[in-house]
Design a protein around this ligand. Structure first.
Ligand code: SAM
Length: 250
């Protein structure tokens, strides 16, 4: 893998973890492109993959078969395509839902930081009443719609509003796949998720054992619901994390 490829910039570069991502967490990522052009670019730069923990779902992703996998970031038409990867934490949450559909069946669900949208799509296929897909990146919303289309799943609701810290949640289940990658942001997210849990939402957190969660005091308030071994391709993107876990507040 090239030293500064798109994939390395997103998942493998230590500087990234406290730099660009920190800014992205609070600001909406607005695209100047028309939705139709974005969709066209996503289709051109990704491939449909089932090489992950939930092969039931086909997803438009950047894989080793795509030129952006090795391309330097300045050649990418997308600033930081987090949505083009299916992160270990999201994979674990989705697998858990598909194996335990009763957790979401007939319920309202929020897929917070949905990226490619796989966990929310898993919830819809498992019979959720209504899923709200939330990501501050507008391009993620286009990717999610393409992923919904390829799986013939209807998208009920989408929002790019930063919901972190907002009071209460109308959702019965809140999914948080791989949002705990930066210590400061993880603190804000965990505090907010705990509040949502206290106000009645079931919170499902997916994480591969990242330092930001492991070192946070609220980790002691979580119980593990499931543990999964990650696929080889996912390991290429996330060296050092061979497994992913699903946590909820105890
Ligand atoms: C590591 S990716 C995980 C994506 C997906 N949940 C998965 O597991 O594949 C984190 C995602 O959270 C989004 N994000 C970051 N800060 C956010 C915020 N404050 N509100 C909503 N989404 C946010 C990013 O744009 C990115 O798509």
């Amino acid at each position: 893998m090239a030293a500064c490829s798109v994939v390395r910039r997103l998942v493998g570069c230590p500087r990234w973890h406290g730099g660009q991502l920190m800014r992205q967490q609070v600001r909406r990522v607005v695209s100047t492109q028309e939705p139709e052009i974005l969709k066209h670019q996503i289709l051109a730069e990704t491939t449909v993959s089932r090489d992950h923990l939930t092969p039931e779902l086909a997803l438009h992703l950047i894989t080793p078969a795509c030129h952006l996998w090795r391309a330097p970031p300045h050649l990418s038409p997308f600033p930081d395509p987090f949505w083009a990867f299916y992160w270990p934490g999201g994979q674990a949450v989705s697998r858990f839902i598909l194996d335990n559909p009763a957790v979401v069946k007939g319920k309202t669900v929020l897929d917070f930081g949905c990226g490619c949208g796989a966990s929310g799509l898993a919830a819809k296929s498992a019979g959720a009443k209504r899923v709200t897909f939330n990501d501050i990146d507008e391009v993620a919303m286009e990717a999610l719609q393409l992923n919904a289309g390829v799986n013939k799943i209807l998208v009920d609701d989408m929002t790019t509003t930063n919901l972190v810290g907002s009071a209460g949640s109308p959702h019965q289940v809140v999914l948080a796949g791989d949002l705990l990658y930066d210590s400061k942001f993880a603190g804000e997210v965990l505090t907010w998720l705990q509040q949502l849990n206290r106000s009645g939402s079931l919170v499902l957190i997916g994480d591969p054992g990242r330092f930001a969660l492991e070192s946070h005091p609220l980790k002691a308030s979580l119980q593990c619901l499931a543990k999964y071994e990650l696929a080889a391709t996912t390991l290429l993107e996330n060296s050092g994390h061979p497994q992913a876990f699903v946590w909820t507040f105890s």
